[in-house]
Structure formats: structure tokens, C-alpha cells
Design a protein around this ligand. Structure first.
Ligand SMILES: Nc1nc2c(ncn2[C@@H]2O[C@H](COP(=O)(O)OP(=O)(O)OP(=O)(O)O)[C@@H](O)[C@H]2O)c(=O)[nH]1
Ligand SMILES: [Mg+2]
Length: 342
């Protein structure tokens, strides 16, 4: 039905949803079109997703020289505040940062807080930057299933530093490794105990350790934390030959140490040049394909109503102790085989 207020609304909307319109907008560095494209990608409507996927398939290889930075760290360590400061530093150095903040959305309620934009007040309104909070949906890895495609859309719009902030580190923390070229792990002074809570995988996935909140008033504590983490880092072997994970003290609130982080990121990227970067991104693409395939299989297999209902009722029965997981699995397996035979 056309809008009684603006009869041309639907026509305009249709044009906006056309892949050509989106491709032109991205090439023109139009952030509104970028936002539209990401919304289509994240949509649960297969037709809308199809438009975004068509756009992606027409983009061609990513532009040279883009840097994908992953930021992890415990809740409250200062990831968003660091990104606000680091992003502004990047702009001063002539770059165009795009920030993808993955918001923890409740799997139970499906809600999302989407509060990170407000924690990056100057970056989110800066004409050279782009900040996009995305709900993490059902992904447990702290990244959304769409993130690597969203990165491609940002790169196509001319952003050259794509920064991804993940939710916490308690889940499948190493997931960020599958989308970023360089991973920064944020820590804070006086939290040596924090290391106990961090899983080995998180330390191994980190390319640069950043001790945030190293404010002027906390310099001594920060120096102690730094030497502690330097000794920890020596225990790990980094998979990029010639790289030792640096430990850098930073105060995001006082804008200190940001140039050191920037130089470290550049040194690391320089090491990846000459083959390693392509290799990393290809292997990430493969992992992303595998993940998407599993999601596709899930949709195809559990798509039919009858199987969906059976799966849900079996899950409840297993949860309430009425059935063992093994016998429920057998029942589901039988129903699946039956449905394929039909
Ligand atoms: N003193 C000091 N406080 C900081 C610094 N960076 C961040 N904070 C404070 O730490 C608190 C948490 O900061 P956020 O940036 O929201 O932390 P986060 O890691 O993004 O938090 P989540 O996204 O909720 O996991 C805020 O009150 C910040 O003001 C810093 O360099 N120094
Ligand atoms: Mg945050």
C-alpha cells in the first residue's frame, strides 16, 4: 500500500533497495547508503539479505592498504573509550576509521543495548569516521555472523581502518582472529589477577597488549602491570615470525600512548606484507565459509515446521529430564532421515 502522505515513498524505497543504487552510494562514500546496506545484510528477511549479498558479490577484491583491527578485553576495561581516542588519533594521521561495535544482545529477549555509540561521542559524529553498533545476535564468539561482510562494505565506502569491538572475552574469544588482521587485547593496571580469568586462547590471539587506564596518577601501578605482562607474553610463541607481542601503556582519557599503539599496528602490518596478510585473509574467508555453511545447513535441516517443533519439544524434554540427550538425538535422527527419504 502506498503511503497516503507521500505517494512516491515506495518508489524511492525500491530504488534505494536496488544493488546499483547501493554500489553507487558506496563508491560515493555515502555513509547513509552504507548504513542501509548493513541493515539489509543483518535483516532476517531473505530477500533483503539477497540484495546485500548481490552488492557484496559485485564489489570485487578489497582495496589495498586497509587495516582490520580487532579489540577485545574484559567488560569495562575501556574498549569503547580507547576506540574513541584511537579513532581520533587515526583521523589526525589522515585516516578514515570505521568502528563496528558488537553489542551484547540478549539471546533470551533478543534485545540489544546499542549503547556504544554514546561512548564514542566525538567519533560517532565526525565526518571522517563511521560508528555502527550491531547486535551480536545468537553468535557466541563476540562477533556477529555478518561482521566480515560488514567490514567489506565499510572498505568499499572508503574507510581504511576498520575497528571491531567485541563483547567481553568470556565466550569464544578467539573468534576475532577470524576477521581481524591485528588483534589488540586491552587490560588494566592492578588487575594482574585478571590473567587468571583470561583463557590461554585470548593471550595467544593477541598481537598487541594494551594496558589501558595508565593515567598519570596510576603510572607506578601501570609500570608494574607492564613488566608483569611482558613476562607473561614471553611464555607465548607468536605465529608471525619475527613478532614479539608488545605491551603498551595507554590512557584513553588522557590521550596518552596512542601513537605507540599506532606505530605498533603499522609495524605488525608491515610484517604481514609480502604474503602473510593474503594468507591470513584467505584462511579467514575459508573459516567464514565453513561457519556460514553450518548456518545454512541448520536453516535447511531445521527449516521445516515439523522438524523445528520436534527439535524444540525434544530440547524441553531433555532439559526437564524426561528424556536422555542420546535417545532424543536418536528420535531426531530418525525424523530427519524420514524427511529426506520423502
Ligand atoms: N581513568 C580511566 N578510566 C577509563 C579509561 N578508559 C576508559 N575508562 C573508564 O572505564 C569505564 C568503562 O569504559 P568503556 O569504554 O565503556 O569500557 P568497555 O570495555 O567498552 O566496556 P563494555 O563495552 O561494557 O565491555 C568508563 O567509566 C570509562 O570512562 C582511562 O584511560 N582512564
Ligand atoms: Mg564498550
Amino acid at each position: 500500500m502506498s503511503s497516503p502522505l507521500n505517494p512516491s515513498y515506495n518508489v524511492k524505497k525500491r530504488q534505494q533497495l536496488h544493488p546499483d543504487h547501493i554500489l553507487r552510494g558506496l563508491a560515493d562514500h555515502d555513509r547513509f547508503v552504507l548504513s542501509e546496506a548493513i541493515t539489509l545484510l543483518e535483516s532476517s528477511d531473505p530477500q533483503k539479505r539477497h540484495i546485500a549479498e548481490t552488492v557484496l558479490s559485485l564489489l570485487g577484491p578489497p582495496p589495498a592498504g586497509t587495516v582490520r583491527v580487532g579489540i577485545t578485553g574484559s567488560p569495562g576495561v575501556g574498549k569503547s573509550t580507547f576506540i574513541e581516542a584511537f579513532g581520533n588519533h587515526l583521523i589526525q594521521m589522515g585516516h578514515r576509521p570505521a568502528v563496528l561495535a558488537i553489542d551484547p544482545s540478549s539471546i533470551v529477549s533478543g534485545g540489544s543495548i546499542l549503547g556504544d555509540k554514546t561512548r564514542m561521542p566525538s567519533l560517532s559524529v565526525h565526518p571522517s569516521a563511521y560508528v555502527r553498533p550491531s547486535p551480536s545476535g545468537q553468535e557466541l564468539g563476540g562477533t556477529t555472523l555478518c561482521t566480515s561482510e560488514t567490514i567489506r562494505l565499510c572498505e568499499a565506502t572508503g574507510y581504511d581502518y576498520i575497528i571491531v569491538e567485541t563483547v567481553g572475552v568470556g565466550q569464544s574469544e578467539t573468534d576475532i582472529q577470524n576477521i581481524a588482521d591485528v588483534c589488540l587485547l586491552l587490560l588494566q593496571p592492578g588487575a594482574g589477577d585478571e590473567i587468571q580469568g583470561l583463557k590461554r586462547g585470548i593471550m595467544e590471539a593477541a598481537d598487541i597488549l594494551v594496558i589501558n587506564k595508565a593515567d598519570t596518577s596510576l603510572l607506578q601501578l601501570a609500570a608494574k602491570a607492564r613488566s608483569f605482562y611482558e613476562s607473561v607474553v614471553r611464555l607465548f610463541h607468536h605465529d608471525v615470525p619475527g613478532w614479539t607481542c608488545p605491551v603498551i601503556t595507554v590512557s584513553s582519557l588522557e590521550n596518552k600512548g596512542l601513537d605507540t599503539v599506532f606505530n605498533s599496528v603499522r609495524s605488525f602490518m608491515a610484517l604481514l606484507e609480502g604474503g602473510l596478510l593474503e594468507e591470513r585473509r584467505r584462511s579467514q574467508e575459508q573459516k567464514w565459509f565453513e561457519k556460514k555453511t553450518l548456518r545454512l545447513l541448520e536453516q535447511v535441516v531445521l527449516g521445516p515446521d515439523m522438524l523445528q517443533r520436534l527439535y524444540k519439544s525434544l530440547a524441553v524434554e531433555v532439559g526437564s529430564g524426561k528424556k536422555s540427550a542420546g535417545s532424543a538425538l536418536q528420535e531426531l535422527n530418525g525424523a530427519l532421515l524420514n524427511s529426506f527419504r520423502k
